[in-house]
Design a protein around this ligand. Structure first.
Ligand code: ADE
Ligand code: ZN
Length: 330
């Protein structure tokens, strides 16, 4: 039996594997600047968040038709099922597509199609969180959200991502207020490269229920105290932090310290096609590095369940499966 996992920090665009880039380029007659997979893979060396985002946005050029988005999403779900994922709350960046001329509903429709069959085809329940690019104007985000709300497509929440430093959460107060007024859940990337003040702002000005990354919260004792007291989840992405040089090496990663502090930390893959692995790979590497053992692996799985936007009965059912997994371990 695999450890039942919940994934809460996963950009669907960040699951675009090199092989699929070449396949979609051929399907859509898009020229890519790399002759071989090896040449493309050689680009996957990052110095910071922006150096990654440059490649991430560039590679999206091959996604053109709704079916491309469906194939991308199904490929993630298939791999996630293999990892033991039972529930995924998936980020989708509409502006990464509308800004290059792809109609909003082509992209959203393609992703939604795959998610609609996810329980039947992959045994994974899903929620969809539309993430706004904080380095683009808030007015654009407001317009996209307004269009989605009028479209008839269902989304579950909104988030905030892309280049963080210089783009504080409060710029998006109006967008998040509209989301809240429409019953949507709210999350935001904060404290990935940005300072702890951005985490305070995401909580106080945007009303977010989870912080994505949040690792720089550890620099602020009063913030840690609040996050622990209010049980605000942090969706931590260890491979991402190392590959984007927020943390030097996996051995330096604070995930164990976070758990010891009583933070509601979860482990996630962020952009697995870019950072060296999926959620199971992240957990296996942490287990090897820190000797987590079955108790802390089960704790991380339970944290993911608690931090999710599932209903209480769904959480209880998944927790029983984690208990069964733990009971089967030595
Ligand atoms: N978009 C995709 N991955 C991201 C990350 N780790 N941080 C901010 N924006 C992102
Ligand atoms: Zn992210």
């Amino acid at each position: 039996m695999k450890l039942p996992l919940v994934e809460l920090h996963l950009h669907i665009e960040g699951t675009l594997e090199p092989e699929l880039i070449f396949e979609l380029a051929e399907r859509n007659g898009v020229a890519v600047p790399w002759a071989t997979l090896a040449e493309l893979r050689a680009q996957y060396e990052f110095t910071d968040l922006q150096s990654f985002l440059n490649l991430y946005y560039h590679n999206l050029d091959v996604l053109r038709q709704a079916a491309d988005f469906t194939d991308l999403t199904r490929a993630y779900l298939a791999r996630a099922a293999d990892a033991g994922v039972r529930h995924a709350e998936i980020f989708f960046d509409p502006q990464a597509h509308t800004s290059r001329g792809i109609p909003l509903l082509t992209a959203l429709g393609g992703v939604t199609d795959a998610l609609g069959n996810s329980v039947a085809d992959f045994g994974i329940s899903t929620k969809l969180i539309v993430t706004f690019l904080r380095d683009r104007p808030a007015d654009e985000a407001l317009q996209i959200l307004t269009e989605i709300l009028a479209s008839g497509y269902t989304i579950d929440g909104v988030g905030l991502d892309s280049a963080e430093v210089g783009y504080p959460p409060e710029l998006f107060e109006e967008v998040f207020a509209l989301a809240a007024a429409n019953g949507l859940r709210r999350v935001a990337h904060a404290g990935e490269e940005g300072p702890p003040e951005y985490v305070w702002s995401a909580l106080d000005r945007l009303g977010v229920e989870r912080i994505d990354h949040g690792i720089r919260s550890l620099e602020d004792a009063a913030l840690v105290e609040r996050l622990v007291r209010e049980r605000v989840p942090l969706t931590v992405c260890p491979f991402s932090n190392v590959r984007l040089r927020a943390i030097d090496t996996l051995a330096d990663h604070p995930i164990v310290r976070m758990l010891d502090l009583g933070l509601l930390a979860t482990v996630n893959s962020d952009d697995p096609a870019y950072f060296g692995g999926y959620i199971d790979d992240n957990l296996a590497a942490l287990d090897a590095e820190f000797d987590l053992g079955p108790d802390r692996l089960a704790l991380l799985a339970r944290n993911g369940i608690e931090a999710s936007f599932l209903e209480p009965a769904e959480k209880a059912a998944l927790s029983l499966d984690v208990d069964a997994w733990r009971a089967a371990q030595p």
